[in-house]
Ligand binder design. Structure first.
Ligand code: URA
Length: 257
């Protein structure tokens, strides 16, 4: 059988699977499935974790645990590939996010894109979410009980993605993820390791929109993020090499039996 026929059939199988997933999760929007498709195109299959992420997104969209659901147009669960090595956590959806159902699509989002691109990555390398998933009316700060009602979703997303680095965007996200820590002006750009997870607090991109010196600080901090990511990658490569050596040693000992 010709290779292109095999590819066509596998792709058709994948598309069938994608539509049955969409039926199983009616609240899941197709762009996310498209992201899943892009990132799994080699195997032409959705990774099991993509399904799990979509399942969490479905529950967030249906969530009525706090008063914010009463005024939302739609919830904004998060966006990005499940394989992302870098996760960003902002404060709350604004007006545009509430309309489009995706995080960081306004002016602050544009700056976030520039920041990510400044270290040679794209938005597709990033999974983005917020401390609360529904827009607070008039863009007010989220209340503590609203953050707490949304909290388990963030824990689930972090546990599922296990990113190399979690970018904490601004003081609300800092309070949620590192409640005991110093403020953002002390910690920005630092690597903070808690429970085997690596966090990097950063100024919120919205705060840097009209402040040239904060903007410069943000770009400088991103260079440090690049170094943290490189270190995580080297560590992974070293672990892979050790595992490979162990495997070949096991095989040698099998031969010796
Ligand atoms: N858009 C978001 O999704 N979150 C923010 O914190 C700001 C803008």
């Amino acid at each position: 059988m010709q290779l292109c026929n095999v590819r066509r059939r596998t792709k058709a199988k994948f598309i069938g699977r994608r539509s049955s997933l969409a039926q199983a999760h009616p609240s899941v929007c197709t762009p996310e499935l498209a992201v899943g498709y892009l990132y799994n195109r080699r195997s032409m299959q959705l990774a099991p974790t993509t399904e799990q992420l979509l399942e969490i997104h479905g529950r967030i969209r249906a969530c009525v645990a706090c008063r914010l659901h009463e005024t939302r147009t739609q919830a904004v669960p998060g966006y990005g590939p499940v394989e992302a090595r870098i996760m960003a956590v902002g404060e709350a959806p604004g007006e545009k996010e509430d309309q489009q159902g995706r995080p960081f699509v306004g002016a602050a989002g544009k700056l976030l894109t520039e920041l990510v691109e400044s270290i040679g990555l794209t938005r597709r390398d990033l999974y983005i979410t917020n401390t609360v998933r529904c827009r607070p009316p008039g863009n007010r700060d989220p209340e503590p009980d609203e953050v707490s009602a949304c909290s388990h979703f963030l824990d689930e997303q972090i546990a599922l993605l296990r990113p190399d680095v979690i970018l904490i965007l601004g003081r609300h996200a800092l309070l949620r993820l590192l409640p005991e820590s110093a403020g953002i002006s002390r910690l920005h750009g630092e690597r903070v390791v808690r429970d085997d997870r690596v966090y990097v607090p950063l100024y919120h991109p919205a705060a840097a929109l009209y402040n040239g010196s904060l903007r410069e600080t943000l770009f400088a901090d991103m260079q440090r993020v690049r170094a943290y990511l490189d270190e995580a990658e080297s560590l992974r490569a070293a672990r892979r090499a050790t595992a490979g050596e162990r495997e070949s040693a096991d095989q040698l000992s099998l031969f010796a039996l």
